[in-house]
Write a protein that binds this ligand. Sequence first.
Ligand code: PLP
Length: 425
Amino acid sequence: MAKWEYTDKPMHSEHRRADTRYVDKDLATQCLHAGERWEKQYFWTSSTPIYNSTTFFYDSAQDLDDRVYYRKPGYVYARGGSPTNTTLERALSTLEVAEVTHVCSSGMAASHLALLTAGAGKGELILCSSDVYGSVYTMVENIFPHLGSPSILMDFTDLNRLEDAIQREKPRVVYFEVVTNPMTKVIDAPAVIEMAHRHGAAVIVDNTFTTPYLLKPFEIGADFVTHSVTKFLSGHGDVLAGSVSCYRKDFDELHDMLIQVGCTLGPNEAWLALRGLKTFPLRMERQCANAAEVARFLEAHPLIQKVRYAGLPSHPQYETAKRIFPEGRYGAMLNFDIADCDKDKAFRFLDSLKLVLPATTLGDIYSLIVNPARTTHHWLNEEELATIGISPGTFRMSVGIENVEDLKEDLDQALRACQNKEVRP
Ligand code: PLP
């Protein structure tokens, strides 16, 4: 068999591209319609069905052969793709103004695939922001170096130091999140991307916190955009999913990586993510407004020492945030320190909450809170925590769609209750 027949895949990306019927429409319309009702059966369905089939066959051997060799778009075996998944892929390509998207089984799978495709799979140097999701940090620090791809992790807020490092080390891959976890630092994404490109690196942006509601990284030059679809995009805390969007030129490799690593998204999960996506802009509008209000409330609260929210003028990168999020939306993630707070007080605060859920995920319709020192960053020692800025009294909050007055009331009563050492909630 000629080699090109394996490597040149003209049609495997076509049905995963943006939905041309909706590319010019508003995000709200795109979330409802993009990707859906793509091909007529003998009827239309308003929502794409869940195709729980592991294999696909056709009327003739030639038809199957055309799919095996990617001469026509379609499906062969569900690890490589299936119709419910491609509906989600078209929707995400549309939202992210991406050329092509592949969904996968989790946000971690997405970061892994993007890194492999961008060069980490070929032993290239990775330069990664040190303020990334903990498991991504560990993967870049521990797994890739053992597989032959060295890595450097550093703070991306100091652009001069970053440029020195890029110039000196010549990384092939640069990876970062625009609003960081858990400290909500804002990275100057356009500047970092421009700098990385000037020195020949490919850039992966994890857009999980910012989402296309705040920022579309392809519009500022990103090469790959990843998501934990588990979070804001699906939004209901009922599904794990990830996505990688990229240019067509990188897609053959991404597709092969996904098939060979085997981190395919199940069709039931794809459908749940699609259903969640329909209300994504509505949820985000409310969540961003609630977060801004909760941030202002906490900043004025006498029992709070510090609040970090990208939309507050007191935030160290507020000017950067205003420039890169021109719509004036700053997301639903915030971070605060309770004054004079040790572990016991932190636990009393969490135990006193009646509405906000003390749970480790983020991006859901429910407000969620964690104490990073004891959860997301529990493996770091005190010195390492202090370097990041995490104290025993630091909390990360993902603000949901509840009535904001109810949220403020809940936070206030828990803040007051936790001051009293005698009272157990
Ligand atoms: N990226 C970010 C910014 C995250 O917060 C997370 C998880 O919290 C991930 C990636 C990994 O996503 P998942 O849990 O879907 O694997």
